[in-house]
Design a protein around this ligand. Structure first.
Ligand SMILES: [Zn+2]
Length: 92
């Protein structure tokens, strides 16, 4: 089935461009075409010009070589951002 991101746009597989996924668990979907897993807790698209805001109580982790890109900027308002195990965050 197709999934939408926070901007109500179809999530596209980063590997093959397919829009068809199956649900693995609450936070992961898997591409039915090539098997790539996508973490749905952080889905940011290239056409997002809004700031990402981590609010009080939010606990965001970027791990396992995940490369997260944010356009616009990042505001941390009391939540935590943890980057480990090869994860990276690119802002700009
Ligand atoms: Zn795919």
């Amino acid at each position: 089935m197709e999934y939408l991101n926070i901007d109500k746009q179809k999530i596209t597989c980063p590997q093959c461009g397919s829009n068809h996924f199956i649900s693995i668990d609450e936070t992961h979907i898997e591409c039915t075409h090539c098997g790539t897993q996508v973490d749905t807790t952080i889905v940011l698209t290239d056409n997002t010009n809004q700031h990402m805001v981590i609010k009080d109580g939010a606990d965001v982790q970027i791990t396992d070589n995940a490369n997260v890109k944010i356009k616009g900027g990042l505001e941390i308002k009391g939540g935590t951002l943890i980057i480990k195990d090869g994860g990276s965050l690119e802002i700009g």
